[in-house]
Design a protein around this ligand. Structure first.
Ligand SMILES: [Fe+2]
Length: 280
């Protein structure tokens, strides 16, 4: 048994766990403690068949930090921290690439959640890759190469950001750059993680020649995509997932046109990415 107070089934050896034997409407403190630990251990936790209100969804997510007011479309009457990702019938989902949300911010959201409400009959799966597993899978030579490096991240417009920002907010985001360590350190479990994102967000290595930086970042981005570091979540209505956004990339599969897909989302207050003290 992995945890004392919840049932947990590993999804792959390296990351992900499906948790059962809990009702998120009536969570005991001992179960909540196991769920928090499971997220640290496994990066992606999945619950099936949970019937909870948007209010209960928000209060459940407070287990992992402070939910923030959503910058996505809000649904009538929902708490302001519960947003929606809604692809309407006959609308093409355009976000279908490996990425992390918000790495262009100084404090990316460490944890995100999605809760499925309307799904296509099949398709619309989401893949998640663990950046801790990806770091562990690097060669010793590459680990040495990237130790102590910092990368510059910057915003690029996406299908969702076009909906959520005003032109002024957009221009401000487009003008600001942030700097994050390439090798992050997770004090919750003592593991390192490979903090890279898609090239439209993760622009270049600070202080490195452009061609060398591009070659290194694209090699690392490709490395994260190896199937050994990821899982594929097949959604069902009322499936709820929580993942460590700053320790994962995700890939929403856009294979279900012209069907509808609607998920609720909660994001947790952002945190700076930590580096080991040696990487100043
Ligand atoms: Fe995303």
């Amino acid at each position: 048994m992995l945890y004392e107070n919840i049932e947990a089934r590993l999804i792959t050896p390296n990351q992900g766990v499906e948790i059962s034997g809990v009702d998120l409407n009536h969570l005991r403190d001992d179960q909540a403690a196991d769920i928090k630990q499971a997220l640290i251990d496994r990066k992606i936790i999945v619950f099936r068949d949970q019937q909870i209100s948007p209010e209960r969804y928000a209060s459940f997510m407070a287990l992992f930090g402070d939910p923030v007011v959503e910058d996505l479309e809000l649904v009538d009457g929902n708490p302001p921290c519960v947003g929606v990702i809604h692809i309407h019938p006959n609308e093409q989902q355009k976000i279908n690439f490996w990425h992390m949300d918000h790495s262009f911010r100084a404090t990316p959201s460490p944890k995100l959640s999605l809760y499925a409400k309307i799904l296509p009959d099949c398709g619309g799966d989401t893949l998640f890759a663990s950046l801790e597993s990806a770091y562990d899978g690097l060669s010793a030579r590459t680990k040495d190469t990237i130790d102590g490096l910092w990368a510059i991240h910057k915003h690029t417009p996406t299908q969702n950001s076009k909906r959520r920002y005003t032109k002024e907010q957009f221009d401000k985001l487009a003008a600001s750059e942030v700097r994050h360590p390439v090798v992050g350190y997770n004090p919750d479990n003592g593991r390192r993680f490979l903090f890279v994102n898609m090239p439209q967000y993760c622009r270049y290595i600070d202080g490195m020649a452009a061609a060398e930086s591009e070659a290194l970042l694209s090699k690392l981005y490709r490395h994260v995509q190896r199937p050994e570091f990821s899982l594929r979540l097949v959604w069902r209505p009322n499936t709820l997932v929580v993942w460590e956004n700053s320790h994962c990339l995700h890939y929403p599969v856009a294979d279900y046109f012209p069907s509808e897909r609607k998920l609720l989302r909660v994001s947790i207050q952002g945190e700076a990415i930590k580096a080991l003290p040696s990487a100043a």
